[in-house]
Design a protein around this ligand. Structure first.
Ligand code: CA
Length: 229
């Protein structure tokens, strides 16, 4: 699969020539000409790597975009492009969560080499970072973050544990007793409604406002995590 790159750049000539060069090298490149559009794409879509120009027209500069990426829990690499070349600027972008920094004007082949190296590194991180995924739902077992359709979902520790267990047992009918045993270590307390309560909490967080629904109740049998009926 092609790596998806978001490139936020207001100089149209640079933007188009970089886009073309990257596409010729097998990347899927999405352009945003200003910070507002960049932010919209960051919030609504998933990319494997972000290239951000520092100075952009409008309210959002590259630095704000980088902070927005990190504050959403996105771990994909961020590469900065900028005309500014001072140590302080480098420190500022790296502090904001950027992984690398290239000063304009740059040679395309250097940009390409940096991108390849960042993607190689991040795919290694991704492997060790232990992601559990089902349909469009992802749980990062290292950072304890949950994402659905790329949107971060806040879960309590118990909700996380319940969802983790359900994802490990996806597409299988799981009984209330099994959940009590595996998620709560409750063995004989059949009067407890803790499972129903937490299933409802999870539904509100991972299914409400999303399609398709993933958590289904099978009356008299239990629950199933499944992306279709
Ligand atoms: Ca610029």
């Amino acid at each position: 699969m092609k790596s998806r790159i978001l490139y936020v750049e207001d100089e149209i000539k640079t933007a188009l020539s970089v886009k073309q060069g990257l596409e010729e090298n097998g990347f899927d490149v999405h352009l945003a000409g200003d910070g507002a559009l960049g932010l919209k794409l960051i919030e609504s879509q998933k990319f494997d790597l972000y290239i951000l120009d520092y100075i952009l027209p409008g309210e959002e500069n590259g630095l704000n975009l980088c902070k927005a990426i990190r504050s959403q829990g996105i771990l994909a690499p961020v590469l900065f492009l900028t005309a500014l070349d001072s140590t302080q600027d480098k420190v500022t972008v790296l502090d904001a969560g950027a992984d690398d920094y290239l000063v304009k004007p740059f040679e395309f082949k250097e940009l390409l080499a940096r991108i390849k190296s960042l993607l190689r590194r991040s795919s290694n991180d991704w492997n060790i970072s232990n992601i559990l995924s089902y349909a469009d739902l992802e749980l990062n077992m290292n950072t304890r973050q949950a994402l659905r359709q790329g949107k971060q979902i806040e879960l309590t520790a118990r909700e996380f544990k319940l969802l983790e267990w359900m994802m490990k047992n996806k597409e299988r009918v799981i009984s209330k007793t099994e959940i009590e045993k595996n998620v709560w270590n409750i063995f004989h307390d059949t009067s407890s409604n803790v499972v129903e309560v937490y299933i409802n909490f999870l539904r509100k967080k991972i299914d409400k406002g999303f399609d398709p629904k993933l958590i289904h109740t099978l009356i008299g049998q239990g629950y199933i995590l499944k992306s279709s009926e």
